[in-house]
Design a protein around this ligand. Structure first.
Ligand SMILES: [Zn+2]
Length: 108
């Protein structure tokens, strides 16, 4: 007999129980195995979401550099400020997402 978390109330219950003793949810369809695989799917989805955000952050960073570079010829202060802002936001966002991905991959 193993102890698992109830999928509904998250309290500790036996994996052999037919219903949760805390919230009475039906457990016969939610075996310990399907609860574990649901957790894996959720982590994969989180990792994909972080990777998408990392990509957007990179585009922002590169876009900011392009604006910053072009403002020399355009001689427009607004482009300069916008470019530097995009570089800063893109860079910080990229770092934050790399750290989030590292933390996520360390969880087992
Ligand atoms: Zn429960």
């Amino acid at each position: 007999m193993a102890i698992v978390s109830c999928p509904q109330c998250n309290k500790q219950i036996s994996d052999k129980a037919a219903t949760c003793s805390h919230c009475d949810v039906e457990l016969n369809k939610q075996t310990a195995e399907s609860i574990a695989s649901a957790g894996r799917v959720k982590r994969i989805e989180q990792a994909q979401s972080i990777q998408t955000q990392t990509f957007i952050a990179l585009i922002l960073f590169v876009g900011g550099f392009s604006l910053w570079y072009w403002q020399d010829t355009l001689d427009d202060q607004w482009y300069n400020t916008l470019g530097q802002g995009m570089i800063a936001v893109g860079f910080i966002w990229y770092l934050v997402n790399r750290i989030r991905l590292m933390v996520l991959k360390r969880q087992k």
